[in-house]
Structures are given as C-alpha cells and as structure tokens.
Unconditional design. Sequence first.
Length: 76
Amino acid sequence: VVIDKQIRMRVNIKAGDTVLLEPLDDHSFKATVINLTPKNVEDDPAWKATHTPVKVKGYIPPERLEEIVEEEVWLE
C-alpha cells in the first residue's frame, strides 16, 4: 500500500514502519504507526507497582499475627 507523502510527513511514517490502516469510508483510511521497539520493563508503571516494596504501617508480633490468622480461619 502506498501512502501519500503529505500523510507520511503528518503522521511521521518512515520507511520500514509498521502501519495500521483503519477504513473510515469507501475512499479513506486512518493511518496509525505501531511502535514495536522493545521497551525497558522498569519504565512500565504496572511493573513498578508490583516490584516496589510497600511501606510498613505497623509491626505485629508473630504471636499476635498467628492469633489473627487462627481467628480468621475459625470465622470461615
């Protein structure tokens, strides 16, 4: 598929880019450039959320924690 030079400049399409063409009507398409370059995982907000340690709000002694867990088990 050949894309007009003005559209290539406006959408910033370069040679070798992967482009998604979505039909708008019988004579026109919407061109979207798909960026498939690998990204750094550490920059992903979802990765940061799962790999950032949570700040401790308070300390529960192991004996008290065991009591709480036992109470929860008995309530179920």
